[in-house]
Design a protein around this ligand. Sequence first.
Ligand SMILES: NC(=O)c1ccc[n+]([C@@H]2O[C@H](COP(=O)([O-])OP(=O)(O)OC[C@H]3O[C@@H](n4cnc5c(N)ncnc54)[C@H](O)[C@@H]3O)[C@@H](O)[C@H]2O)c1
Ligand SMILES: [Zn+2]
Length: 280
Amino acid sequence: MEGMDLEMVEQVARLDEWVAEGDVVVLSGAGLSTDSGIPDYRGPSGSARRGSPMTYQTFTGDPVARRRYWARSHLGWRTIGDARPNDGHRAVARLQERGLLAGVITQNVDGLHQAAGARDVIELHGNMARVVCLACGDTSGRDELEARLSAANPGFEAVAATVNPDGDVELDDAEVAGFTVVDCGACGGMLKPDVVYFGETVPPDRVSRSFALVAGARTLLVLGSSLTVMSGRRFVLRAVRDGVRVAIVNRGVTRGEPYADLVIDAPLGVILPNLAPLTV
Ligand SMILES: NC(=O)c1ccc[n+]([C@@H]2O[C@H](COP(=O)([O-])OP(=O)(O)OC[C@H]3O[C@@H](n4cnc5c(N)ncnc54)[C@H](O)[C@@H]3O)[C@@H](O)[C@H]2O)c1
Ligand SMILES: [Zn+2]
């Protein structure tokens, strides 16, 4: 508990009690993965995010935007593909292993909960490590696609030498124009990362399974999400409606504050390893 003031020590002790009572549902966001080197959207490290996020409509309707997306993403993929779980992901997996969690719902698309050993994770927004064909519905691994993109674009990595370390790659129009996009190996249809874009809805079964988890929980524990998007915030609203208490651990403000019974404004890497310490 080094470095915490008295108020925070008390807050963590309270959260610790709630976690020890079990039936906790975790709702995680991008803030849980910043310690793994993946930038968030709205936190301090994500405030420099340029431009607006890709929408489903732009991706499917604008071939130039789509080519730009795949070119940038091909270069930036390793940031997510090579990321490793951090102490926060490991703490969540440990709580689950000890039977204290009723479920894990994540808005993240990086697969790091599972990489840390968590099971039955509901990936609300999908997973970047998968690719889906919009024509035939076939899903395949991102690594396989990366190999096909590399083969279709020999020397491309060398051309685009000025890669941003956070994977947010800037490319000029000429570099993008020379990039070849790859289509579905099964039917030739349009491929898309198996993630939910802005302008898409989360598949209803994921939402209903998540609502059911929250309704049956004792505590909804929000980890590293600004709760800006309704996609995640609705579970906080449901928890309040169902009388499920809400705890938030997040650096900086969130849109869940008015509904939360406990808010800890601190780094997850400091708080999570302190929860439910192994005393036996
Ligand atoms: N890792 C990923 O998979 C990833 C990364 C970026 C964005 N996204 C997508 O973008 C959307 C972003 O919404 P969101 O609410 O998840 O994220 P967000 O970017 O809106 O909010 C993240 C919050 O976490 C806080 N934070 C960052 N690092 C932290 C740390 N170490 N400890 C405590 N708090 C920390 C930030 O201050 C911010 O308030 C999601 O829908 C998600 O699908 C995913
Ligand atoms: Zn197909």
